[in-house]
Write a protein that binds this ligand. Structure first.
Ligand code: ZN
Length: 220
């Protein structure tokens, strides 16, 4: 595993502690396939395992997409006290080394908690929920997967309604349609997909995945 992973240095968004955490080298990533909701299946190391950075000093978690914490120290302390009480009842974990599935799940749950606490953008919260759904899918835990798909669907809904910029629209429509389909809400999925399959989004990169997902569901 040594040459597959490398250390990347981060400064904690919460406590400013500088730390190193593992990432998968991009030239060692092997994608076998993609699911219709863009979940990648990998041979060997799973990059998702290392997407959430968890500070070993204070336990605060964040991804590369998180915005900095723009607040004064007092506000920060209040935010951290709440985070610690909710998500770190067993103390601060060290997730900076090689991670297994359990570590990865914990790192994403911490990032999701941190993200909710700081009012991170809905599309980023949705992405974290999708990662958690995918890790459960890979382990065939369907109930857990559906729970996180439901949460992701709600976040994508808010994202689509509130922060529309044309470049993300097609992605949100795809994710809304696909999550509804997987949750068994076929009529709602049909409505999202029919918007996605309009000429406006013809150049959306993943449209073939969405079309296949819809077509195979129709056959069923
Ligand atoms: Zn920290």
């Amino acid at each position: 595993m040594d040459d597959v992973l490398y250390d990347k240095t981060y400064t904690c968004l919460m406590c400013a502690h500088e730390f190193k955490t593992k990432k998968v080298r991009s030239n060692r990533i092997r994608v076998l396939s993609h699911d219709s909701d863009l979940c990648a299946h990998y041979k060997g190391a799973i990059p998702y395992y290392y997407e959430s950075n968890v500070c070993p000093a204070c336990g605060y978690a964040f991804t590369d997409s998180f915005a900095p914490l723009k607040m004064d120290n007092e506000e920060k302390q209040r935010l951290y006290a709440d985070y610690k009480r909710r998500y770190l009842p067993h103390g601060v974990p060290n997730l900076c080394g090689e991670r297994d599935e359990e570590d990865a799940l914990l790192s994403f749950k911490l990032a999701l908690g941190a993200g909710y606490g700081k009012n991170e953008q809905p599309r980023i919260l949705a992405g974290l929920c999708m990662r958690l759904a995918w890790l459960h899918r890979m382990a065939n835990r369907t109930q857990e997967e559906l729970g996180f798909l439901e949460a992701a669907n709600r976040c994508f809904h808010v994202a689509f309604e509130t922060q529309r910029d044309r470049s993300s629209d097609a992605h949100f429509l795809h994710m809304l349609g696909d999550t509804c389909l997987r949750l068994g809400r076929v009529e709602e999925a049909r409505q999202w997909f029919s918007r996605l399959f309009s000429p406006a989004y013809a150049d959306y990169a993943h449209i073939s995945l969405a079309r296949e997902a819809w077509a195979s569901r129709k056959e069923e």
